[in-house]
Design a protein around this ligand. Sequence first.
Ligand code: UDX
Length: 435
Amino acid sequence: MRISVIGCGYLGAVHASAMAELGHDVVGIDVDERKIAALAAGRPAFYEPGLPEILASATASGRLRFSTDIAAAADAEVHFVAVGTPQSAETGAADVSFVDAAFFALLPHLADGALVVGKSTVPVGTAARLAERLAAEAPHARLAWNPEFLREGFAVKDTLSPDRLVYGIGAGDGHAASVLDHVYRAAIEAGTPRIVTDYATAELVKVAANAFLATKISFINAMSEIADATGADVTALADAIGHDARIGRRFLNAGVGFGGGCLPKDIRGFIARAEELGLHDTLAFLGAVDETNLRQRRRVVDLAVQDLGGTAAGRKVAVLGVTFKPDSDDVRDSPALDIAVSLQELGAEVVVTDPEGLENALARRPDLRAASTTREALFGADLVILATEWNEYRALDPAAAGRLVGERRIIDGRNVLDPAAWRSAGWHYRGIGRP
Ligand code: UDX
């Protein structure tokens, strides 16, 4: 099929490349000339395993082109709108102005029978509003909402082999569903479940999924604090409750909490939308989920100060990891970065390191001291904080690390190290909710 992808940020660049990988003829559009030039040259603006390979093969084969001119989308049969919906600083609501701008820019270029497909995460009600405009101004075209569930670090795999496909379509618009079936034929033939529903449900599926995941993480983090107060072990607790298939073990890892461009923003946007709908108490628990999450960062900082004997001033702290999770260079709302900054503000001499995220971290916080290797970061440290569970940090040898640091103290902010091994190498080891 002939496909356009409007917005070539994280979601759009992955989606455009994956659609071309599936054999479609794709044009990626973005207003940012530098981004488009880099993508056309096969260079994504962010780190994502597997993306450079499919981007290079798709651009080389001619199946994927990029342009800053929306008119280049004119002959596409399907237009995916994949622009960002940033969080508004005042209200916490998702700002849909880029979605609106992309949609209205596209309107004059829609061919007969074209299908516009929203992929951006939007407040419920957005699709119905846009569908009304489409019916009035371009009745020869149709709209569908097809939320994206990709995880950073697994974005290519999640796009090519999704867990499920969700199509929100207008009443009686079976044709939109069959066009999307055609786009995703490979996944459908592989047995991917597909849910065809209305616009509002499709929009809600995305934020509901992220709200549920965030709730799971904050739940286990609250349990970690109870465990710390009682000598219980939150990892054994998670294993035990996780064996109940109704609960499940995934997303029950206690630690510094969740971050990134989706979970924190989506729960805040969801709360704001419920407020707009007059549902003032309905999502109150999500406010608590957000607060519990931010509390974890403060707890780690407090534990660090405690381990340093009551003050961080002048003490050297090595923070391993600045990204919000491994296999990503994304530092948006990153607990690791927040913890590093807080300790520096308390007077500690913080050194951060990360396999991929240093450039982004320094762009946000040029005042941080960064080390390009773990070895350099550890050198002379009074305290080590493992803040992002990159494999390199999981595999650290406690004896070798012990020879580099000034004092053998570690806070395992992701509960990924073996406490016995670290303690027997002479370390003061502390996990989150682990005795
Ligand atoms: C998330 C959703 O998983 C994805 O479906 C959606 O499309 C976008 O938002 P992502 O932000 O890439 O994806 O990260 P994810 O792997 O979900 O992790 C989110 C955060 O939760 C990370 O900071 C991670 O470290 C944290 N986390 C995850 C925990 O603290 N504990 C866990 O058990 C799992």
